[in-house]
Design a protein. Structure first.
Length: 314
């Protein structure tokens, strides 16, 4: 007997991607605004059980509770329509009535080895999607509502419809929300793929081009290989200047009215980081940094299902 505390198990993106290479899905009938896998999808309010799936290639990962039998029947019925293919991801429960009535000897069954790691609920992502809209075609984020600072309504700092984010010293765009800083390329990847890999590469080397087709997951080595060559002009960082005599970047900070020498560095970024480290030591929360502390953990999680799974192809 299988049991769990929830009947909602979000499909792992990498698992879906592999299936999608084979089937090229265009409808997710059991989804919501945040976790849909296809551009066309039905929410709980729209009720995919009542919709017409005809002519579509469907991926269905339904709730695993008492309504699962209704979704299996729906998938079986819809697959009989012309030009319709339906693929389900469900628990491998071969002792159920719906398995023998609609699946066994009537559909292709692919049992999955081990326990599939489903995506857990990402509360941070849900919160960010409540206030930000991302357009994958142009890579731009738009505020979906007015944002206020301070208690109650406080002071309005963002207007609904404004373009979100701004350009930083390092060439990347960042968005500030609730006192935290998020890089736009990481948010874009998270919004579309529901994951935040450690390294994300801009394919065309343009750090401001956050169109989803220009972003790809990569290794640290691959990311470094695709960096543009630096130019040795003004540094663009606070407390940093280029010393032509030795070809290195110098870092210094003003402390109690006097300049404090921090050293020479091979790159402007290293010199700027040295400045930031010392600024934090001296000024604490009042430090004016080159690199504001960026959020690197986006609340994503995975949970191994307490049951084996199977893919059913109707």
């Amino acid at each position: 007997m299988f049991s769990s505390k929830t009947d909602q198990w979000a499909t792992p993106q990498n698992f879906f991607d592999e299936l999608n290479k084979e089937f090229n899905f265009n409808l997710d009938p059991c989804a919501d605004e945040f976790n849909h896998k296809c551009d066309k999808y039905f929410t709980e309010k729209q009720d995919g059980l009542k919709q017409n799936w005809g002519g579509c290639c469907v991926f269905c990962n339904p709730p695993y509770g008492s309504v699962l039998k209704d979704w299996v029947k729906k998938c079986s019925d819809e697959s009989k329509k012309p030009d319709t293919k339906v693929v389900m991801l469900i628990p491998a429960r071969t002792d159920t009535r719906y398995f023998h009535e609609y699946i066994y000897n009537k559909a292709e069954i692919r049992f999955l080895k081990g326990r599939l790691k489903f995506q857990g609920e990402n509360k941070l992502l849900n919160e960010l999607k409540e206030v930000l809209d991302y357009n994958p075609t142009d890579g731009v984020f738009i505020w979906k509502k007015d944002i206020y600072k301070g208690k109650g309504k406080g002071i309005k700092v963002v207007n609904k419809g404004d373009i979100a984010g701004c350009l930083n010293h390092d060439g990347y765009r960042y968005i500030k929300y609730n006192g935290k800083k998020y890089s736009e390329h990481r948010l874009a990847y998270l919004f579309i793929y529901n994951e935040s890999p450690k390294y994300i590469d801009h394919i065309d080397r343009n750090k401001q081009n956050n169109r989803i087709e220009n972003l790809r997951k990569c290794s640290k080595n691959q990311n470094g290989q695709n960096r543009s060559k630096m130019s040795n002009n003004t540094s663009g960082y606070k407390g940093v200047h280029f010393d032509k005599r030795n070809g290195k970047f110098a870092s210094q900070i003003r402390n109690n009215g006097k300049l404090e020498w921090l050293g020479y560095f091979a790159t402007r970024e290293d010199a700027a980081k040295a400045y930031d480290q010392r600024a934090l030591e001296i000024f604490g929360e009042f430090a004016n940094l080159n690199f504001e502390i960026e959020v690197t953990k986006f609340g994503d999680s995975t949970n191994s299902a307490p049951f084996p799974s199977m893919v059913v192809v109707f």
